[in-house]
Write a protein that binds this ligand. Structure first.
Ligand SMILES: [Zn+2]
Length: 394
């Protein structure tokens, strides 16, 4: 039965994991093997192929990149090569303004998994990563019942259900929704009788659902922390404030050192700008920064093909650099008076460069929107910073 209590954050659990390595010889050998496996998680993974559904995502990371960033291939008449370093800084006016719509193909990939089958990868005993080229689900198996995250929509839920039947005898009895966005919260009715679990901020959002895909009812809501016991596997749900939406939940399995997050990052890529509209970037910076300090062997993300925790850590660094750059510029802009301040804010998305990340997919196209979202997550008030009276007397 689910219980609700105050947080025991990830890092606090590391101590007990380390202690275990210090005792009897056999146990130490097992722990050492586990550490080795953790150092090379890719080798420890096993792709489980059932008879009907288990197909690889064609092309692995490259295939994923092609589906998600089709604009990386230049259209006729567009510049095919990356601009020289410094070129953009010299001619910021030529840089395209943030676009409202990203490629339709990327949208389609996100919704349909581009028709690419799925992978069910075993990350630890009883813990799997289900990925279909677009959405991830964490799957936690026990003899009494299975927990899944984010069915997403009816068609995907039906595929997920079949895939779970290929690895577990018990049915899905719990569905954890990583956040309130409707594209993740659909498909729950495919799992009859399953307990639907979501942060309390989901409730109001589900009531407003314009297309009726969200669950009719959330069975269990939580505020800051909840722990679920899935046949002896501890599954922690952490809420750390707004990030992607208002109910962004970080799922952590302390024994298995597996974390699952929603919509917070892509591997070495900027999330397409149009999908950032409901993201508080200060909150996303905070959540990624915190989770990056946890002891993690696998990091599952709602739209990522792999589970390398370095993807999460790199994105935490990206968000920290973006945060510092924008915050510094806002502090400078406050010296310019009211008119100058707002003009500076409007120019920033075209001016700011984070060269260290310029080889990330989508950098050129989507960085301006990321800058934009950081600015307005932080500076909608001219007094958004402590002790601020920036324009008094100017
Ligand atoms: Zn989302």
């Amino acid at each position: 039965m689910a219980s609700i209590r105050r947080p025991a954050r990830g890092p606090a659990r590391q101590a007990s994991a380390r202690l275990r390595a210090g005792v009897p010889l056999a146990a130490a050998a097992v722990a050492a093997a586990a550490l080795l496996a953790a150092a090379a998680p890719a080798e420890a993974e096993r792709v489980v192929c059932g008879d009907r559904l288990c197909t690889e995502v064609p092309g692995g990371y490259a295939g994923w990149k092609k589906a998600w960033f089709p604009q990386a291939a230049p259209a006729a008449g567009e510049r095919a090569e990356a601009p020289e370093a410094g070129e953009r800084a010299e001619a910021p006016a030529e840089r395209a303004a943030p676009v409202r719509m990203d490629s339709g193909a990327a949208w389609a990939a996100a919704v349909h998994g581009a028709g690419r089958g799925h992978t069910m990868t075993e990350l630890a005993d009883g813990v799997y990563h289900y990925y279909d080229g677009a959405y991830s689900s964490l799957v936690v198996v026990s003899p009494e019942g299975v927990l899944v995250t984010d069915p997403a929509h009816d068609a995907r839920a039906a595929e997920l259900k079949k895939a779970v039947a290929g690895i577990a005898d018990a049915p899905v009895t719990r569905i954890v929704l990583t956040h309130e966005h409707y594209d993740h919260a659909g498909g729950t009715s495919s799992f009859e009788g399953a307990e639907v679990i979501c942060h309390e901020n989901c409730i109001d959002m589900f009531r407003m659902d314009p297309f009726g895909t969200a669950p009719q009812k959330v069975d269990t809501e939580f505020d800051e922390f909840m722990e679920i016991d899935v046949g002896g596997i501890a599954v922690e749900l952490h809420y750390m404030g707004p990030a992607d939406g208002h109910a962004a939940t970080v799922i952590y399995l302390p024994e298995e050192r597996i974390v699952a997050t929603a919509d917070l990052y892509l591997p070495r890529a900027l999330i397409p700008g149009a999908w950032q509209e409901d993201v508080n970037f200060v909150g996303k910076h905070r959540v990624l920064g915190e989770v990056a300090t946890w002891d993690i062997r696998h990091a599952v993300n709602a739209h990522s093909p792999g589970t390398d925790p370095e993807d999460l850590r790199e994105n935490a660094r990206f968000m920290a650099d973006l945060y510092e750059e924008v915050r510094g510029r806002i502090l400078e802009a406050r010296e310019l008076g009211v008119d100058g301040y707002f003009e500076a804010l409007l120019r920033m998305p075209q001016e700011i460069e984070l060269e260290e990340y310029s080889d990330w997919e989508g950098y050129e196209e989507h960085l301006p929107r990321h800058v934009d979202r950081m600015i307005y997550s932080m500076a909608w008030s001219t007094c958004g910073l402590p002790g601020c009276d920036p324009f008094h007397g100017r």
